[in-house]
Design a protein around this ligand. Sequence first.
Ligand SMILES: [Zn+2]
Length: 85
Amino acid sequence: MPLRLVPPAKPSPKQAVIERIKKAPRPDGMIQCARCGGRTLMTTVNGAFVKNGRKQGGTVIEKDVCYHCHQLGIRSLMLPELKPV
Ligand SMILES: [Zn+2]
């Protein structure tokens, strides 16, 4: 059976909205989720203390993860993980 190219499917209404949001103009350098287009990022810290009225210490569990994707159980990094060479 010969292989044939399949034209891309028309996006669902939800996917069309996501694509429109992702293409919306934004200030230069603003961080945006590549998956859902959200602009809310979060960092979670475990085991922090309050000392002299200030938050101190703790272990960073998740850093710069999309908040909206995290609510759906998806871990979507909004910044690339740059590791030293
Ligand atoms: Zn997202």
